[in-house]
Design a protein around this ligand. Structure first.
Ligand code: HEC
Length: 108
């Protein structure tokens, strides 16, 4: 029994580790509307909007979930929640993977 439990948990953990967090290529296609504020590759010159490039995928995913779930509040958070209305959980992972994969370019 113990052997079975150990084997199963090993299988589970390796399958979780083997699965990358979202698909960056799909995420690029799923995020055309974000370009206006966050820039084509997640770097923006507008101080009012956060850069997304190079950020941790899990953090980006969690922050987008927080907007969708109404856990981030205020006018800008409501605006962001509206941006994410049509994206489902897989979409959020893919979009997060895309921005996480983009290089950080420091503005001059
Ligand atoms: C009209 C401008 C605008 C558009 C379009 C927009 N965003 Fe945002 N985004 C913002 C602003 C402003 C914030 C910061 C809001 C706040 O104060 O919480 C933000 C925050 C975020 C954050 C959290 C960043 C962090 O560091 O916590 C993520 C992730 C994000 N946006 C992703 C997206 C995605 C994905 C799209 C497209 C589906 C998108 N945004 C479209 C303006 C925009």
């Amino acid at each position: 029994m113990l052997r079975y439990v150990l084997f199963t948990s090993l299988l589970l953990s390796s399958s979780i580790m083997a699965k990358p967090f979202g698909d960056a290529d799909k995420g690029k296609v799923k995020s055309p509307s974000c370009v206006y504020c966050h820039g084509a590759n997640g770097m923006t010159n507008n101080d009012a909007y956060p850069n997304l490039a190079g950020q941790n995928a899990k953090y980006l995913y969690d922050s987008m979930k927080a907007y969708q779930d109404g856990l981030r509040t205020g006018p800008l958070a409501e605006m962001m929640a509206a941006q994410l209305k049509v994206l489902n959980d897989d979409d959020l992972r893919d979009v997060a993977a895309f921005y996480a994969s983009q290089p950080v370019q420091i503005a001059k």
